[in-house]
Ligand binder design. Structure first.
Ligand code: B3K
Ligand code: ZN
Length: 880
């Protein structure tokens, strides 16, 4: 058990830095048994700091200090204090140079923070607090310095030496070594520092900016990946153009580099001029990546690129402001993806993630505001709330102000704060100043945690022709926050008559030419809205396009949902009506025997969808997908996973049996030969085809088995090959499943990203992902505990997606996860802490489950030398 209590950091205790760093000169000597880091800082006292006379304190973590020199004079060890996590130098003048030499061991760095080795190359990850694992430094984002970095390494093993900015010098050294010096003209916080050294191939392209400057674009990958760069490069160029056109943002350096590494804790990192990517988020070819992966790569490449302005040029004052750069940048990448593909489908995907996972976070023990007030380990706050809810908050500002004013606001924000480290409040202020709107109440979105709930009631006065909507708002209590104030919620609405026509929303008896859609602004605890001049009670279409991240409760009748599914002009709400209907049907079966009738109208509505060729096929494909088990759990109290799974399976089997011929026809119709294309339509067709195949195999259809086998063997792209594999794995055809899994591994065993897909297809499937098989996968030759992608693809997929196996009533799934977390806690605490999430939701489940989940959490809590990452999540999960 951990005996000391890790310290909590509070936003309210923020102080400006006592010292500023103008310049940092780094020299890295890279060797096989370690690296020597020479750092020379040009420091001055911060005139804005009240803490006069405060000693200089630099952050450090796992460093071996070799020497300290002040203005060229080596200091005796009595002239400073090396506390391990701090280097304290008490007597320093107003301005000085401090030279520090440290020794580190990148080859033994399994945390993947700071400087480490991945597949033989050196690379870095410094956000949020990784730079302190490289050298002693004021490792906080409001200290911004100009970096000059010299890297020295063996020339044949590490021919490529990269850092931020521009290369200014290079040459050979003794003993087969060489060096390159990089200079970054833009002052930046340490979290944006990057270094890469390896034997990499270079892919080059170029981009001409709106002002006519030519930018060198370079991708660096291991030789075996050299054919997998084109899509990311193309995405980058499209993102660069888009940011010029939509936000007026031009790239600022002469070189932009992307490096792919296999061992990486998250997706990618926006280091200035040198973005580092998890291989799985940047490398792709038709044969090895699915459509979903292509789309993810496009979004992440754009996201990291967009950070150059929203994050790098204007950065965060402190880590409580993380959503300043993340929420805004996710909003920007979502706008980009919407413009590049199907906007409705993008919105559906984002809302699904939010409602399934962020709402769960907001209702769980780790709930925190978009701008948190405290944390123990900042690594635990790269959350769905910071990213996805943060995006929704920016989106609401966009929707309240309109595109034009929002652009004025973002222009003002970038201009006013260029080169500064600022707060979410500065962002909102720029939006207010540019638009003249008062966002005082809106700021509560940053301060209050929890998902607001809107209860909607309506009635129709036939005599007066008036339709009334009453909307009541509550914001639930969350850990440490009660009695919350009402928030400012944009609520988009339409009304339909019985023909499905949009009605004018006449809110003033005298109004003519009223619009058919309005964004109502809800600010109080209760509002009543009246709509005049109606002949019949309309069907309301509420919260169109998911205009705010809230839960809406309205007593939907099934016929209303069926009606909206086929008539709502708002694509998002058509999909949402289908989801609500499916949820209602599934929920009505939970805990009932198999004789309970399944809503007969469901089949006809799905048949209508399968045969609808006038609707956007991408939307149709989304509408055909039943709500996930995770979402059904999120919507329940005292969840009983086997019952939820069983009810959902019943509906799926019922639909698949009744629609067998339509599914087969849908498969045939969408199984078109021809060039592989990544258009929205082609993606939708592959998706429809593979959904149909999955459903048909689920009911054991022999004809579909033949089609799946054929598709699996002959597909010219990974979407279809994996679609067929997944359908086979989830089917009852045991022999074909085994043959396909073996053949797939045989064919792709040399490609780590494809092997990860192979792992996760098995781990997420309730057919193959039982615990003994999961343990078998952990012992597989391709599994590697040190590689986060492998851990995610086996353990993450099992605990996060394979609900029936993870929630085995005997508790074995929970014990297994606890065991894995304890093992990983010693090598990679960030990844270990992420894996606690499924257990942290224990209060959501029926007692049989929750009691055992709690025990598993307690067993983690009792581990020796628990990291503060895991400590924080486990302790908060167990708190009352
Ligand atoms: N800013 C990084 C995330 C860093 C996470 C550190 N634990 C990637 C991104 O959001 O673009
Ligand atoms: Zn980001």
């Amino acid at each position: 058990m951990r005996t000391d209590q890790p310290q909590t950091i509070y936003l309210s205790e923020y102080k400006v830095p006592a010292y500023l760093v103008e310049q940092i000169e780094l020299r890295f000597e890279l060797f096989e048994d370690g690296a020597r880091v020479h750092s020379t800082l040009t420091v001055r006292r911060n005139p804005e700091s009240q803490e006069t006379g405060k000693p200089l304190e630099l952050d450090g973590d796992s460093l071996k200090l070799e020497s300290v020199a002040l203005n060229g004079e080596t200091l005796e060890s009595t002239a400073y204090e090396d506390r391990g996590d701090k280097l304290v130098v008490p007597d320093v003048p107003e301005q000085f140079q401090l030279a520090v030499v440290t020794w580190i061991e990148p080859q033994n760095n399994t945390r993947l923070e700071g400087l480490y080795k991945s597949s033989g190359m050196f690379c870095t990850q410094c956000e949020a607090e990784g730079f302190r694992c490289i050298t002693y430094y004021p490792d906080r984002p409001d200290v911004m310095a100009r970096f000059r970095t010299r890297i020295e390494a063996d020339k044949s093993a590490y021919p490529v030496l990269l850092s931020n900015g521009n290369p200014v010098e290079q040459g050979d050294l003794d003993n087969g070594r060489h060096f390159v010096t990089w200079e970054d003209p833009f002052p930046k916080p340490s979290y944006l520092f990057a270094l890469v050294a390896g034997d990499l191939v270079e892919k080059r392209d170029s981009f001409t900016t709106c002002s006519g400057r030519d930018i060198d674009l370079r991708m660096y990958v291991e030789p075996r990946n050299s054919e997998k760069c084109d899509f990311a490069m193309d995405s980058l160029k499209r993102a660069m153009r888009w940011d010029e056109e939509v936000y007026g943002r031009e790239y600022d350096l002469d070189i932009f580099m992307i490096v792919a590494v296999d061992d990486f804790n998250m997706g990618a990192m926006e280091n200035k001029g040198l973005n580092i990517f998890n291989s799985s988020c940047v490398l792709a070819s038709q044969e090895t990546a699915t459509d979903a992966i292509f789309q993810r790569i496009e979004a992440i490449v754009a996201h990291e690129y967009f950070h150059n302005w929203s994050g790098n040029r204007v950065t965060c004052r402190d880590w409580f402001q993380l959503s300043l750069k993340e929420g805004f940048t996710v909003f920007r990448d979502a706008q980009f993806s919407a413009d590049e593909g199907s906007p409705t489908v993008k919105r559906i995907e984002d809302a699904t993630l939010l409602r399934t996972a962020q709402f769960a976070e907001d209702a769980g023990p780790m709930a925190h505001p978009v701008r948190p007030a405290s944390y123990i380990e900042i690594g635990n706050f790269y959350t769905l709330t910071i990213y996805e809810k943060g995006e929704e908050v920016v989106r609401m500002i966009h929707n309240l102000l309109g595109s034009e004013m929002f652009r004025k606001g973002s222009d003002l924000y970038f201009e006013r704060h260029d080169g500064q480290a600022v707060t979410t409040d500065d962002f909102v202020k720029a939006m207010e100043d540019a638009s003249g709107r008062d966002l005082t109440q809106f700021r509560l979105w940053y301060e209050q945690a929890g998902t607001p709930v809107l209860n909607v009631e309506d009635d129709f006065d036939a005599e007066q022709g008036v339709y009334r909507l009453t909307i009541r708002q509550t914001v639930p209590d969350t850990p440490g926050q009660t009695n919350k104030k009402p928030q400012h919620i944009p609520f988009a609405l339409g009304l339909l008559d019985s023909n499905g026509d949009a009605l004018p929303l006449n809110m003033d008896a005298a109004e003519t030419d009223a619009p058919t859609e309005r964004v109502l602004e809800i600010t109080g605890a209760e509002h009543r809205f009246e709509f005049y001049g109606l002949d019949e009670k309309p069907v309301p279409s509420l919260l169109r396009d998911f205009s705010a991240p809230v839960r809406v409760h309205y007593p939907w009748a099934r016929e209303q949902l069926l009606f909206l599914m086929s008539h709502d002009p708002d694509g998002f709400n058509r999909w949402d009506a289908g989801q609500r209907l499916a949820i209602d049907v599934i929920q009505s079966l939970i805990g009932h025997d198999d004789e309970t009738e399944i809503e007969p109208r469901l089949v006809e509505s799905y048949r209508g969808l399968l045969n609808n060729d006038s609707l956007d096929q991408a939307l149709v494909a989304k509408m055909l997908q039943l709500p996930s088990e995770n979402y059904l759990v999120e919507l329940s109290e005292q969840a009983d996973v086997p019952s939820i799974h069983h009810a959902r399976e019943r509906v799926l089997l019922h639909l698949a049996n009744a629609l067998r011929d339509d599914l087969l026809a849908c498969y045939q119709r969408n199984n078109q030969a021809g060039e592989y294309e990544l258009t929205s339509d082609a993606i939708a067709r592959r998706s429809l085809k593979n959904i149909a195949l999955g459903w048909l195999l689920h009911i054991g259809d022999e004809e579909a088995l033949a089609l799946a086998t054929e598709q699996f063997q002959n597909a010219d792209n990974m979407t279809d090959r994996l679609g067929a594999l997944r359908a086979l794995v989830n089917s009852g055809f045991d022999q074909e499943r085994t043959e396909a899994l073996d053949a797939f591994y045989e064919q792709f065993q040399h490609d780590p990203q494809v092997v990860e897909m192979w792992f996760s297809v098995q781990s997420a499937s309730h057919k193959t992902g039982q615990l003994p098989h999961i343990r078998h996968l952990l012992g597989h030759e391709a599994f590697d505990w040190k590689n986060p992608n492998k851990v995610r693809s086996v353990v993450g997929a099992f605990a996060g997606q394979n609900l029936p196996a993870f929630h085995n009533p005997d508790g074995s799934g929970y014990e297994f996860l606890a065991e894995v977390i304890c093992r990983l806690d010693d090598s990679n605490p960030q990844i270990a802490a992420r894996l606690v999430t499924p257990l942290s939701r224990w209060k959501k489940f029926a007692p049989t489950y929750s009691e055992q989940m709690k025990k598993a959490l307690e067993s983690i809590r009792d581990k020796e030398a628990l990291s503060k990452d895991v400590y924080e999540v486990v302790h908060k999960s167990l708190a009352d």
